[in-house]
Design a protein around this ligand. Structure first.
Ligand code: HCA
Ligand code: CU
Length: 440
């Protein structure tokens, strides 16, 4: 067994945290694509996603090996063209092919001009029995021969090896394989393929691998079956893992993997700023929206970097947020591109927000007592709302038709300029950062 320092890839000095985006590989395995009559990202989707990732600051992008289909092979060409176009502006981004330990996968990736190969093979009992049927010695022999050959013939390639289902592989088995492969690769992956890991087992696994393979960088890949994909990735980063696989919105096989923006947002909240070097954090919400639009859905409500986390529905919250949004918004989401805050009118709204809405946004001449009365009427009416109505429209109708309120006449050009009650917002947050809540 040799555990020498491996060869280095010289073109790039890795940052404290490198995201390996796998939206177009792992993410393409998401059932969400199949729920929307879409089944795959088309070439234009892929090009737009890759462009957004590069602009966001991602330096490693994983794609399927082109052997998967003729279409994949063509798409790699288009993706490479975008990457090349952005090099002068954004630096180099490495394209990595996800390959089985099969010569045909490797050949297809090399032919397509990939910068690196992410080898994987199942090492757990399950994979050995039910998937490829190979025993450990055979796995080792096959992988070693292939990787040695690739290193010899293509020394510029960045190589990674993952024992799939590493968290259900017994440590002595994992060591037997990794001891042989570690000297040949730049990174060792330790994927939690079926989402069984916990923060505690992740910390243990990272410590164990760091101790045994001090010269090889580690890569994590955490599935969300238990809802732990985010916390596991965070713990792994804290324990010294440098490379983390993520996807935009965390999409992937079954419940997916760690969401890229959720991970970076949490590192920011925990003040791990060194890990955020080179990421354009303000692009977080826009990149989530981009992917959600490709899936024909909204950014999901459980996503930390979402408008949902700046949306308020209950009367108590709405009143407080109008005075100081920090009351129910603890995190600097505006720095992650969620620059608006939203108040949704509905049966839970109180008179404060209704007063604000009718007076400041709809220009009614109204006093507080009238607003309270209108609120009482609204709270009855809104329970019978029709699909073609909005709560805002019901309020305007009540104010106009039942209470016969008149409105201020504001000349057209000035209307947009006076809709926000700026005195409710702290001075340092005025301007483009925070324009007051958007009410509807
Ligand atoms: C897969 C499995 C994988 C691979 C991860 C890796 C996993 O879908 O092929 O190559 O590190 O979760 O184990 O995504
Ligand atoms: Cu996976």
């Amino acid at each position: 067994m040799t555990l020498d320092r491996p060869f280095q890839f010289s073109r790039y000095r890795a940052r404290p945290l490198e995201i390996i985006d796998t939206t177009l590989r792992e993410g393409s395995q998401s059932s969400l694509l199949h729920d929307h009559y879409k089944y795959f990202f088309n070439q234009q989707d892929k090009v737009e996603i890759v462009r957004a990732l590069i602009i966001y600051g991602v330096k490693f992008i994983e794609l399927f090996a082109p052997i998967v289909s003729a279409q994949e092979r063509e798409d790699v060409e288009a993706i490479k063209a975008v990457r090349d176009e952005l090099i002068t502006q954004k630096g180099y981004t490495f394209l990595l092919a996800h390959v089985r330990c099969h010569p045909a996968d490797v050949e297809s990736a090399i032919e397509a001009g990939f910068d690196g190969l992410n080898f994987y093979i199942g090492t757990s009992r399950f994979a050995r029995d039910a998937s490829h049927g190979k025993e450990l010695d055979e796995i080792i022999r096959g992988a070693r021969t292939l990787i040695e050959q690739v290193r010899r013939d293509y020394p510029h390639l960045i190589l990674r090896f993952s024992g799939e289902d590493a968290f259900r592989t017994r440590p002595e088995h994992l060591f037997r394989v990794y001891d042989e492969i570690a000297p040949l690769v730049h990174r060792l992956g330790t994927p939690d393929t079926v989402g069984v890991a916990t923060p505690a087992t992740v910390v243990r696994q990272v410590a164990m691998l760091r101790q045994r393979y001090p010269y090889v960088d580690l890569e994590g890949h955490f599935h969300d079956d238990r809802g732990f994909a985010l916390i596991n990735a965070l713990e792994a980063v804290r324990a010294g893992m440098r490379y983390i696989d993520t996807t935009i919105l965390g999409i992937g096989e079954r419940s997916g993997i760690t969401s890229m923006t959720a991970l970076l947002f949490n590192l920011f909240v925990d003040r791990e700023y060194d890990k955020l070097e080179g990421y354009n954090l303000r692009g977080s919400y826009p990149i989530n929206v981009l992917l959600a639009s490709k899936l024909n859905k909204l950014v999901q409500s459980k996503e930390p970097v979402s408008l949902t986390n700046r949306t308020h529905t209950s009367g108590v919250h709405q009143k407080a947020v109008l005075n100081d949004h920090d009351t129910y918004e603890a995190h600097p989401l505006d720095q992650f591109g969620v620059t608006e805050s939203e108040i949704l009118l509905g049966p839970l709204s109180g008179w404060n927000v209704i007063y604000y809405f009718l007076k400041e946004i709809k220009y009614f001449r109204i006093d507080e007592e009238t607003a309270k009365e209108i609120t009482r009427v609204f709270k009855q009416r809104v329970y019978n709302i029709r699909p073609d109505e909005s709560p805002g429209q019901i309020l305007v109708d009540i104010a106009e038709k039942e209470f016969k309120l008149s409105r201020l006449e504001i000349p057209e050009p000035y209307r947009d300029a006076v809709t926000q009650r700026l005195d409710a917002i702290r001075p340092e947050e005025r301007g483009e950062m925070f324009n007051g809540p958007h009410i509807r």
